[in-house]
Write a protein that binds this ligand. Structure first.
Ligand code: 5GP
Ligand code: MN
Length: 352
């Protein structure tokens, strides 16, 4: 840790020490890094005698629910009760926002976050975080994940003192899982510090095989049936090298698709040499959620920002297309595909 990090760490420890009710918030549609960092922090706070609650906009997908083990009774979800989440956020005296650069990434929790007068700490690895909304900011983009950033922070805490073996076992497992999912199992956004983290955790006895088993060998069959259908029938590739696939509501219903079951799909077309950028669109009631991935030299972040009301990281980003806004009110797959085709063509033409 650098000198400024040391000063920040002192502040972090003092703020935790002075707090009695702590809320941990992460982004909507939580992924492995969001849930891994949130539960990792939860178990650390519990180990130092603090009362904490994890507040989510929407429920944790079944595919990563194993990460919530031991924290089940300390999770509040907006979808299940607006009042409970508002009370949890506004009744706390310290709020952590993890893996999200701005309040609006927590969708419906945004108002409560704005209203809450307590101190707020950001721990995040996205581009352009809204630092003005926080009293203390840990923001690094040259890092694999929020889970990794949190790992380095906790390793500097006096009771851990650089010894990964002193982290609560559940914290170690959750942070390893969060880093693993955000790097797509060490395929992207990996830095020397990422391998250091993995090495230290393995040396401390963290069960990586159990994490891999839970993350990659426990899906339902439907995920792979849908993957086949998408790749063989739905994937389109533009002359500019943009691959895109749209999952509309009918297809999702046909395959009984649940949140989290398309994890990683968007990366697959990048295996094709001529593909520079890959997009996956998923239809919801009022919008299409968009995932964007790119190869070096093409900015997924800029494309998400300019074409899909979003952002993220240079090579992995996301956004949305609103029906009755970007698209006609009754837009379906065809309109979404046309939009993608035109916008990405303009984006790549302007970028060159
Ligand atoms: P995913 O495609 O896995 O949902 O998201 C990829 C990355 O983009 C993640 O780091 C995620 O936080 C970010 N991201 C996804 N959707 C949005 C969005 O609507 N706005 C912003 N700013 N970032 C997003
Ligand atoms: Mn992340």
């Amino acid at each position: 840790m650098t000198e400024t990090d040391t000063a920040k760490l002192k502040k972090f420890l003092a703020m935790v020490d002075e707090a009695s009710e702590i809320a941990i918030v992460t982004h909507m549609h939580p992924d492995g890094d969001a849930i891994g960092s949130a539960t990792g922090l939860f178990h650390y706070l519990e180990s130092v005698g603090k009362s904490a609650v994890i507040v989510l906009n929407d429920r944790c997908p079944d595919s990563i629910a194993f990460l919530t083990e031991g924290a089940e009774n300390h999770i509040r979800v907006y979808e299940n009760g607006k009042d409970e989440t508002e009370t949890a956020i506004c009744g706390s005296d310290l709020i952590f926002c993890l893996d999200m650069g701005a309040f609006d990434r927590a969708e419906n929790l945004k108002d409560a976050l704005q209203k809450a007068g307590c101190r707020k700490i950001l721990i995040d690895h996205h581009l352009n975080p809204d630092t003005g909304s926080f009293d203390l900011v840990f923001s690094r983009t040259e890092i694999s994940s929020t889970s990794e950033l949190l790992y380095h922070i906790l390793m500097s805490a006096p009771e851990i003192c650089g010894d990964a073996g002193k982290l609560p076992v559940r914290t170690a497992k959750a942070l390893l899982a969060g880093m693993t999912t955000d790097t797509n199992n060490f395929a992207n956004s990996v830095y020397p510090s990422t391998f250091r983290m993995a090495s230290e955790l393995l040396a401390a006895g963290t069960d990586r095989n159990a994490v891999l088993e839970e993350l990659y060998h426990c899906y339902r069959e439907n995920r792979y049936r849908l993957m086949g259908k998408l790749l063989s029938e739905r994937m389109k590739i533009t002359p500019e090298g943009v691959a895109y696939m749209v999952i509309d509501k009918a297809l999702a219903a046909e395959y009984d698709l649940k949140d989290g079951e398309t994890e990683g799909f968007v990366n697959i077309p990048l295996g094709i040499k001529k593909v520079r950028m890959s997009l996956l669109l998923k239809e919801e009631e009022d919008r299409f959620r968009v995932s964007v991935r790119s190869k070096a030299g093409t900015s997924a972040n800029l494309c998400a920002k300019l074409c899909f009301n979003g952002g993220g990281h240079e090579l992995a980003a996301g956004g949305k297309l609103l029906k009755g806004g970007d698209l006609p009110e009754n837009a379906g797959r065809k309109e979404a595909e046309e939009y993608v085709l035109e916008k990405t063509r303009n984006f790549l033409t302007d970028a060159n």
